[in-house]
Design a protein around this ligand. Sequence first.
Ligand code: GDP
Length: 425
Amino acid sequence: MPATIIMGGQWGDEGKGKLTDALAANAAMVVRANGGSNAGHTVQTRHGTFKLRLVPSGILNPRVRCVIGAGVVIELATLVGELRALQERGIDTSGMLISDRAHLVLPFHKRLDELEELRREQDEIGTTLNGNGPAYADKASRHGLRVCDLLHPGVLRRKLAIEVDAKNHHLSKVFGAEPIRFEALYSDLLELAEFVRPMVVPTEVVVQDAIEAGERVIVECAQGAMLDIDYGTYPFVTSSSPTAAGACQGAGVAPSQVEAVIGVYKAYSTRVGGGPMPAELLDDTGELIRQRGREWGVNTGRPRRTGWFDAVAARQTSRLSGVTEIAMTLVDVLDVFESIGLCTGYRVGDEVVNHVPALLDDLDGATPELHFVPGWTKDTTEIRAFSALPTQLIQYLSEIETRLGAPVRYVGVGPDREQLIDRRA
Ligand code: GDP
């Protein structure tokens, strides 16, 4: 039974965590493929609300092995804090595995993230300031420290000393900032390393063994494919590839082992931070979507920008990741609208384009071509069968299916585990 990828098809926060948690009930393993502690997944269960940053969203299912893959960047203190907090709430974390190849996010990455953003002033990217961008930059420039280095104090001391030295030079000479103290950082890392040591393995081997044994493996992407470093709205993107291809790479799964790619899309658009968003609604409608969808960042508390469903962006992510099934979430948020907009093209100058242009200036100045469909103006939160959904909603979903070229399989009608309809159930 090969792998299933769960990926966000928009700008993140599509409700991937909830879907992963639900599907994990029938899986042996959930592997997180990319991103760092900038991700925030919310899973709401009978036992309360869990906000996860680095730990895979399968953790609330006791039988599931949860893997942090090689493509993730790990801030150790955050991970250890998250695991301890889960343990205190009675969650069994004994199934956690961490890739020995994953890169570390270190305090100087965080510091540099903040200082770089300040330097960009009005052009700031709106990063979560967690240091992930600088950590991925170090990974690409072959300066990174990895989890495997942590477990060998001699190796850690040698590599860390070189990096602290170089970063302190950068911090003081470029930014006039305080240097990082090596000894304090080194001993903190050694202490944290002891906590994770039993969980560190070559995860790509474990994942491959599971696939070979016919176990069901779910690969979970953080963020959304419109934030992809290659095909997103660069430079307002994340530093990894939250696409199906990136999922394979980050988790250690081969493309030929993937059976299904579930694209998670919310019924409208949201975006956190800077960057173009042609379908953005800056009016009362946008505010109503924000209020109803509780669109504030899980970790940052920042209000998310809102807009109608952007079918141009969604079609791009669906095609580039080969989405085989759509999970349409937060449909209930649109329950009160009499008509619902879909952005079906971008007007750039005199031209209407139906792809996402590379040049930000084109995208920044683009106005949305909107197509309106009738709303259903009915409460959907108690509905549990696809056939019981209002006709207008089924029509809206079918419009999206046509544009994205994939069928809607799951529909989210509320934040709880139970408020998820499987069309095939
Ligand atoms: P993720 O990062 O993709 O997992 O998404 P987030 O957790 O950041 O954001 C999704 C938010 O929407 C969370 O607060 C979820 O509890 C909530 N949510 C997920 N699915 C639904 C749904 O179908 N309806 C409603 N109203 N909320 C949902």
